[in-house]
Design a protein around this ligand. Structure first.
Ligand code: CA
Ligand code: CA
Length: 316
């Protein structure tokens, strides 16, 4: 057999690696945890949701009294997967002394699981003192604790009530060490929800006609994609289906409509996703959990939605 040229071999190896990655998502082999990243002190961090675990959006950034210098003051560098390579590259954000960064999760939520729930990927061997707080709505904050030194993870058990889901994380630099200069304050590369559920949100206007709970034909494609994602997570999952409305109309009508819509969504998905009834929770929350202000058409549209929350298997 003739030997392949090195480039071809490398391309084939890369293709095999990528295909293996597609076939083995983080939750498919819990013992092996291919969705592992390496944090401070080369600590291996297993993230059951893989790349979906990381913060997705900057809500706000206040660089504090002694800010770091550009380009190390870009809060977006803390989004997505850890990508730090060296201190001369702006792959991370330096918070500044007393700097405060608020991040949001979009396709996932933070939940309390056994042990650590939240992990901050900081740059450098020493984690600079940073206070962490979490919030479900971005308004009501609960301080979880501080990370410092060799510790970059927190357990939210002491502040989370059973079943609560959090979409926001706030990091506030509180240390005096490393204050001022180019990289002032804590250097944040990425923030991951270890305790996490996947969150798939559907625009009610795509799934339903106004005031109705019968799926429109256009809903099929959206829900087929969702079914494929659920099936890729295996059978050891728990699903919560939540219906939500805007604030127009009475509370009672909105509760009824939101629950009927959540039921319609699961009735459709159940044909493709085989799960025992005990693994599925369906509820209507009416107008009680807005994700945007109810003072504009855009806000109303964002609030009218059905959410699927998927907890990965805990067989680790
Ligand atoms: Ca925990
Ligand atoms: Ca980064």
């Amino acid at each position: 057999m003739p030997q392949s040229p090195p480039l071809v071999r490398r391309v084939l190896a890369l293709a095999a690696f990528l295909i293996a990655g597609l076939q083995a998502p983080a939750w498919a082999a819990p013992d092996d945890c291919p969705g592992a990243w390496y944090g401070a002190g080369k600590k291996r961090i297993c993230l059951p949701l893989g790349a979906a675990s990381f913060a997705d959006r900057v809500v706000s950034f206040t660089p504090g009294a002694r800010p770091s210098e550009a380009p190390f003051d870009n809060p977006a560098a803390a989004l997505g997967e850890p990508d730090y390579q060296r201190t001369s590259r702006p792959d991370f954000v330096s918070l500044g002394c007393d700097g405060t960064l608020v991040l949001a999760f979009a396709d996932n939520v933070l939940v309390d699981v056994d042990g650590m729930d939240l992990y901050v990927f900081e740059v450098g061997p020493y984690v600079e003192e940073t206070e962490l707080a979490i919030s479900a709505d971005g308004r009501d904050w609960r301080v979880v604790g501080r990370i410092e030194g060799a510790r970059a993870d927190v357990d939210i058990a002491s502040v989370a009530r059973p079943g609560e889901r959090f979409r926001f994380v706030r990091l506030r630099n509180v240390g005096r060490k490393g204050c001022g200069g180019r990289h002032s304050g804590a250097d944040i590369d990425a923030v991951a929800a270890v305790g996490a559920e996947l969150r798939l949100s559907f625009d009610a206007a795509v799934l339903f006609d106004v005031g109705q709970a019968e799926l429109r034909p256009q809903a099929q494609a959206e829900l087929a994609t969702a079914a494929a994602r659920l099936n890729a997570m295996g059978s050891d999952i728990r699903v919560t289906v939540e219906g939500h409305t805007d604030s127009t109309g009475s509370d009672a009508d909105n509760l009824r409509l939101s629950e009927a819509r959540a039921r319609a969504v699961w009735a459709h998905l159940a044909a493709e996703v085989a799960l025992p009834a005990a693994a599925v929770t369906i509820r209507g929350l009416g107008e009680s959990r807005p994700v945007a202000g109810n003072d504009s058409d855009e806000g109303h549209a964002l609030n009218r939605r059905v959410e699927l929350l998927v907890a990965p298997g805990r067989g680790r």
